[in-house]
Design a protein around this ligand. Structure first.
Ligand SMILES: Cc1ncc(COP(=O)(O)O)c(C=O)c1O
Length: 348
């Protein structure tokens, strides 16, 4: 099966498993796991933040970052299609007592004017707007990237109104690779940033939260409250360190494959491709005359898995287990369902 459902389907490579097996460990609840410490220091350095924390998931890391900078009853501003709003089980409301207010953005990326229009002066009659949460890359719009300039402009506007800024950077590494800038430059304007090791980087488990010392101190307590502390977690942290060293540099390959596959599939009748900026390819198949379930079942029967992504959209995500040769298989599977012969076999 060529599995393009998500970049989370990857399994640890033999070298990563070896690094995990050989990891030096200790009880991280007492701060005694040297491998977790190394990972946290490495990520803090890469992101240019004072301190980083290792967490089991991105959803928990998002909560720790946001809850550490808000109080129950506060309001959090989010772009209308943010992962935090739609895919995180209302965790900000349930665990943080937070009100979320969404700001519509045409292409998934907030415009500074749209944000400014949503900001309001402090008033005893309105909730206190405490935090702006951004997302880079933006999942729902097909992995779009937000530039450092845009991030700084949005963060600047929010900060003028006294808001803290959290970045959901589940795929921050992809954004940095696509823009050819350092991850630290991308997150320089934000107070806290969450980023995942378990997506394009190919680690089996783990996300990081980074920020300043005092905020991370509060985040540490919230992680504990949520039950997110782990004991001999060095086995997992070793996978993260391995991923940063060996898999981070290869992300542009995934971006290149997403682009090539998109160009090829766009030649098929009725397939509209959202031009991929990173490793996510969004296909609108309304024009094919086939339903999304029909196409997905047909692909599955031909050894290719993709996922539905609302309406007439199908999502394909490129990752380290997909090779050039697989792309030709994906293309001919699509073509054969649509009753076409494959375009050419030498495109990759
Ligand atoms: C943009 C974004 N944020 C947060 C998350 C949550 O990460 P996790 O699945 O590790 O909880 C995801 C997961 O897909 C994501 O795509």
């Amino acid at each position: 099966m060529i599995d393009l459902l998500s970049d989370t389907v990857t399994r640890p490579t033999p070298a990563m498993r070896q690094a995990m097996a050989g990891a030096e460990v200790g009880d991280d609840c007492f701060g005694e796991d040297p491998t977790v410490r190394r990972l946290e220091d490495r990520v803090a350095e890469l992101l240019g933040k004072e301190r980083a924390l290792f967490l089991p998931s991105g959803i928990m890391a998002n909560q720790c970052g946001i809850l550490a900078q808000t109080r129950p009853g506060d309001e959090v501003l989010l772009e209308a299609r943010a992962h935090l709003l739609h895919y995180e089980e209302s965790s900000l409301a349930v665990h943080g007592g937070l009100l979320t207010r969404s700001v519509p953005a045409a292409r998934g990326l907030l415009e500074p004017d749209e944000l400014r229009a949503a900001l309001r002066p402090p008033s005893p009659f309105h909730p206190r707007t405490a935090l702006l949460a951004l997302e880079n890359t933006h999942l729902d719009s097909g992995g779009r990237v937000m530039t450092p300039e845009r991030t700084a402009e949005l963060a600047g506007a929010a900060r003028e109104s006294g808001l803290a800024i959290h970045l959901d950077g589940a795929r921050l590494w992809n954004a940095a690779a696509a823009l050819e800038v350092s991850p630290s430059r991308l997150v320089e304007p934000v107070d806290t940033v969450m980023t995942c090791l378990s997506k394009g980087l190919g680690a089996p488990v783990g996300s990081m939260l980074a920020g300043s010392g005092p905020v991370m101190e509060r985040a540490w307590r919230i992680r504990r409250r949520l039950g997110g502390q782990m004991r001999q977690a060095g086995i997992l942290a070793a996978a993260g360190l391995h991923a940063l060293e060996h898999h981070l540099p290869r992300l542009p390959e995934d971006h290149h494959r997403a682009r090539r596959l998109g160009e090829r599939l766009a030649m098929l009748p009725g397939v509209a491709v959202v031009s991929p900026e990173t490793n996510i390819l969004m296909l609108d198949v309304a024009g094919t005359g086939r339903t999304v379930p029909e196409l997905l079942t047909g692909l599955q029967a031909r050894g290719v898995r993709m996922g539905p992504f609302g309406g007439s959209r199908i999502r394909a995500v490129l990752h380290q287990e997909v090779a050039d040769a697989d792309l030709a298989v994906v293309e001919s599977a699509f073509a054969s369902i649509l009753g076409r012969t494959s375009l050419t076999s030498s495109a990759y």
